[in-house]
Design a protein around this ligand. Structure first.
Ligand SMILES: [Zn+2]
Length: 390
């Protein structure tokens, strides 16, 4: 008895290169059993699907999602997380980190618990592969749209409580290392197996170097919410570009970072050290309008109070189109920044990030001749979105 699925006649993007007229066999347990060309044979009772020449990409991984479709991680409900997971699956995301924001400790703890529970229970779209703690241990000066009332010095007891609430699911934490207690927080998180990202930070190059020595290896939405590159003090922006230990996040909407600077990031760091994110917020997927604290117009989300950019309405598939346009690089060259790089940064590369035997069958079926229109999204072998089903 076999419940395996054989996808035939497709263009497969694998780490070893593009396989044209390829085949992929997905096992009943939702993992990839085999991938290859005409020499690949499956059991006679496998379900066969003809891709008619469409392309199959590894599912996109977004380590920085706050919300979407009117919902937000900080609301701390399963319904919010499920809706966020479904919305982003429609737009190419197969794995995400539920990302918190600066708030009172009890609210952050509630959101972390809820995300950990939803992760264990499972959601209907993109898989929640963990949580990303963004704040409250940030720089007041570089807060961006983070709530100034609740930004505070780093506190290890509070951090321990967050780790406890996240129940082993905290994969990434954004910290400003230069604030009071910041370096201790970096060291503590690294020892707990959490990837530390430097962000909302006013650190100098020397302070970033110290955090890197302690194990920090990522920067949060590079160029946004950080000390800028000055030729006599490179700041976090310069540190991210020059230190090889750091992988830099990019909100690839062309608004948060100019397309020319996005290209510069790929030129300097290569696709292997750029981690593309959306930083999508509640209003992603909603029409333009006034949403209380923020206004959304032409895809820009702006905090009413001070005009700060307050996250994005970007989707991963649109980010992929943008990065190809901004850099002039091919789909094959930039796809790691959306797949293997985020998987490596958050420690899930053994099961996510590429179309390879043994990994989860997380993939997108797209039309390369129609601006990467998504035909369907699959998580662990299961179709979670199809454009033909309304
Ligand atoms: Zn942020």
């Amino acid at each position: 008895l076999s419940d395996s699925t054989l996808w035939v006649n497709g263009v497969f993007y694998t780490p070893e290169g593009i396989i044209r007229n390829g085949k992929m066999l997905v096992a009943a347990d939702g993992t990839i059993e085999a991938i290859g060309g005409s020499d690949l044979h499956a059991a006679a009772d496998a379900h066969v699907y003809d891709l008619n020449g469409l392309s199959v990409l590894p599912g996109l991984i977004d380590v920085h999602i706050h919300g979407g479709a009117g919902c937000n991680v900080m609301n701390g409900t399963y319904e919010d997380l499920d809706a966020i997971s479904k919305f982003h699956a429609m737009h190419g995301t197969t794995s995400l980190l539920a990302t918190t924001g600066t708030a009172p400790a009890d609210k952050i703890n509630r959101a972390l618990k809820c995300a950990a529970d939803a992760m264990a229970q499972g959601v209907s779209g993109a898989e929640i592969v963990g949580v990303h703690l963004e704040g409250p241990f940030l720089s007041m000066k570089r807060r961006g749209a983070q709530d100034p009332e609740h930004i505070r010095p780093a506190d290890l007891a509070e951090l321990e409580q967050y780790l406890h609430s996240a129940n082993g699911s905290m994969r990434l934490a954004t910290i400003a290392p230069e604030i009071e207690g910041g370096m201790d927080a970096v060291e503590y998180l690294v020892n707990q197996g959490v990837t530390v990202s430097i962000g909302h930070s006013d650190a100098t190059l020397a302070q970033v170097e110290e955090a890197v020595r302690l194990g920090a290896k990522h920067t949060t939405h590079h160029f946004n919410g950080m000390s800028p590159l000055h030729h006599r003090e490179p700041g976090v922006a310069g540190a991210g570009l020059t230190l090889p230990q750091l992988t830099v996040e990019l909100i690839a909407d062309g608004i948060h970072v100019h397309p020319a600077v996005a290209k510069l990031m790929f030129d300097i760091k290569s696709a292997w050290n750029v981690c593309v994110i959306t930083d999508a917020v509640t209003v992603a997927g909603l029409p333009d309008g006034d949403y209380g604290e923020v206004v959304l117009s032409d895809g820009q989300v702006v905090l009413k109070e001070n005009g700060s950019l307050a996250g994005s309405t970007l989707t991963t598939i649109q980010a992929l189109r943008n990065v190809i346009a901004f850099t002039g690089l091919s789909l094959e060259k930039v796809i790691p920044s959306f797949t293997l790089v985020p998987a490596r940064q958050i420690g899930i590369i053994d099961r996510k990030g590429s179309l390879e035997p043994g990994k989860d069958a997380d993939f997108l079926i797209v039309d390369e001749h129609e601006q990467l229109t998504i035909h369907s999204t699959h998580v662990r072998g299961k179709e979670v979105y199809s454009r033909s089903v309304k």
